[in-house]
Design a protein around this ligand. Structure first.
Ligand code: HEC
Length: 111
């Protein structure tokens, strides 16, 4: 009895912290790869709703890469968006952006 509730507790704790870890990793990716051009990550995340981020980040960030690769102004980011590193980062980035999206409920409504 005691054993199984301990097991459940461990499962719950590890699920919660792995969710946090995913968004945290995404935030790190944002700071390393996007902040130079776009500024703060939470401001970026809150600029769109969950559905929009899911669309933009679908298929390993295909749309996001397209937006940048078709813009001359974003030229400095081309090597990143063409790199395998971006497709690896895309899932974490999506977690972060969705977590803090306009309708995520995670952003205090004080604007
Ligand atoms: C070299 C600078 C640069 C970097 C690095 C960069 N971007 Fe951009 N981004 C731009 C520019 C410039 C545009 C506008 C493209 C256009 O419309 O011509 C843009 C457009 C966007 C848009 C679309 C804007 C909108 O309102 O629809 C999103 C979303 C975005 N970037 C997110 C990101 C994310 C997330 C990253 C990091 C993975 C990133 N960008 C990295 C320069 C950059």
């Amino acid at each position: 009895m005691i054993k199984s509730s301990a097991l459940i507790l461990i499962l719950v704790i590890s699920t919660v912290s792995s969710l946090d870890a995913a968004a945290y990793k995404g935030q790190k990716v944002y700071v390393e790869s996007c902040k130079v051009c776009h500024g703060g990550g939470q401001a970026m995340a809150v600029s769109k709703d969950i559905r929009t981020w899911e669309k933009i980040m679908n298929k390993k960030g295909e749309r996001l890469a397209d937006i940048h690769l078709s813009s001359k102004k974003a030229e400095a980011s081309w090597s990143y968006f063409n790199d395998h590193k971006f497709t690896k980062d895309a899932k974490h980035l999506e977690d972060f952006l969705v977590d803090y999206a306009k309708d995520s409920g995670n952003v205090p409504a004080c604007n």
